[in-house]
Design a binder for this molecule. Structure first.
Ligand code: NAD
Length: 351
């Protein structure tokens, strides 16, 4: 007898949440049992109408402002939470999900390794998850894979790891207005510097999480960590679907971080992100260089596109999260991610 469909709810139907719904609809063995989003233009509408896709289920999925009914009545196996970047902001939502005895996968960047910045909240999430018999995971393309888990995995063929340099040169062009604002795209240099001073530009969130994840995986401690952010000023007018930077203005941010681990291993991260990088000869890519035995020099050109990468890894981790022992988990605790190509039900352990 076939296992019942894997019941998924989506909280946050923005670029990531809606992309996850589209991916799930192409796969076998899933049921989307509910979607929640605050946006008034969506509330009450069918996700199939919004996505212009056919409904493969025997029921409709109307977007609800409040997730409560979905959790209590539909009892999803897992909730894909795609609303926030910071653990503190996602915490109450995660707590509510797990108290309703559902597993959760969060796209919040800080949730990729919440122990780095929020050790107390992490302990509390771990305790609550165990108490309710469910699993919490934070993941995404970065943090979650390209600048951390990939380096951890490849270190598995090394006898000795010395210094790491991890770079991700990416394009911000596919992203929406929120990202343009968070990264300062289109600002004059003066506006950028003023906002930077007032802490109004977040840049990439995730270096500290990626660094702590790698250190933990290698059995080391982080002893020093610092990061920097500087504007990428364009020499030509650049236009993306949601962004515009005229010559002389800011097209993105160049982020760097430098960390030292307890045995003096250094981890350096380089992450320039901007709209239309090719217009000035910058090509995207993901690079991992590790000194040690043997030396590692991985390169993936062009970059793994951030949107698809995040959508896919969240959906692909669903069986691992359902099968996991309860608790707050990170990508270094669960089996390696892999694409779900067959019926997802075959990947779920017997109950
Ligand atoms: P988005 O702005 O397109 O979508 C967020 C959606 O959540 C919006 O539709 C909004 O209405 C909804 N929302 C917010 N608060 C809500 C609430 N309380 N209840 C119901 N709905 C609510 O953002 P996105 O591109 O989909 O990304 C989602 C989050 O994931 C962002 O914070 C982003 O930074 C993060 N992210 C992380 C990675 C990674 O690699 N780790 C990659 C991509 C995105």
């Amino acid at each position: 007898m076939k296992r019942r469909l894997v019941k998924v709810a989506i909280w946050g139907f923005g670029a990531m949440g809606s992309g996850m719904a589209k991916m799930i609809l192409k796969k076998e063995g899933f049921d989307i049992v509910g979607v929640s989003d605050l946006y008034d233009g969506y509330v009450g509408k069918s996700i199939f109408e919004i996505l212009s896709l056919e409904n493969p289920f025997e029921h409709d999925v109307l977007i609800e402002k409040n997730i409560e009914r979905i959790l209590k009545e539909e009892k999803p196996d897992v909730v894909l939470l795609a609303t926030d970047s910071f653990t503190r902001k996602a915490y109450e939502k995660i707590k509510f999900i797990i108290e309703n005895k559902c597993n959760v996968i969060s796209t919040a960047e800080e949730m990729a390794y919440p122990y780095a910045k929020e050790p107390d909240l992490s302990k509390e999430m771990n305790r609550l998850a165990k108490e309710n018999g469910v699993t919490i995971l934070g993941t995404g393309v970065n943090p979650g894979m390209m600048m951390d888990l990939l380096a951890v995995c490849i270190s598995g063929v090394m006898e000795n790891v010395e210094d790491m340099k991890i770079s991700r040169v990416n394009s911000l062009s596919p992203f929406g207005p929120t990202v343009m604002e968070e990264q300062g795209v289109g600002l004059s240099l003066k506006e950028f510097n003023d906002k930077l001073k007032n802490d109004e530009i977040s840049g990439h969130v995730g270096f500290i999480e990626s660094t702590y994840m790698i250190a933990k995986a290698l059995g080391l401690e982080v002893t020093d960590f610092e990061q920097s952010m500087s504007p990428i000023v364009t020499n030509v007018d650049r236009k993306s679907p949601y962004g515009f930077a005229k010559a002389g203005d800011v097209a993105g941010v160049d982020m760097r971080s430098f960390a030292k681990l307890s045995n003096n291993t250094k981890i350096d991260m380089v992450h320039p992100q901007q709209i239309e990088p090719e217009m000035e000869g910058t090509h995207t890519g993901d690079y991992i260089k590790i000194k040690g035995t043997p030396e590692i020099n991985l390169s993936n050109v062009p970059e793994v596109e951030g949107g698809i990468g995040t959508i896919a890894i969240c959906v692909n981790m669903i069986p691992h999260v359902i099968n996991s022992k309860p608790g707050l988990k990170t990508m270094i605790d669960l089996p390696v991610p892999r694409a779900i190509m067959g019926d997802v039900r075959n990947l779920i352990d017997e109950e």
